[in-house]
Design a protein around this ligand. Sequence first.
Ligand SMILES: [Zn+2]
Length: 93
Amino acid sequence: MESVRCAHCGRVVPANPRIKNQTHCSLEACRRDKKRLWQQQKMATDSEYKANQRDCWKDWRERVCPRFYTKVRWQTYFQLISPGFRMLRIFLT
Ligand SMILES: [Zn+2]
């Protein structure tokens, strides 16, 4: 039986004959990583898909929660001006 080294967790697992070009094992995290990689690759190679995804996201953002985004902006603003956050910045830099 053939085996495959998972590209995400590095485990060597028996290859699943139903999956062509298997690169990941069946762990939840690894399957997610595989999907992410696939999406990344798709984004890099398929400009139409990329545009689609972007439009989708933009659509959703504008349609579903314009108020949410306003809120986030305000939160960011208050974080920037609050003394605690400034102290943190000084400490970190
Ligand atoms: Zn894995």
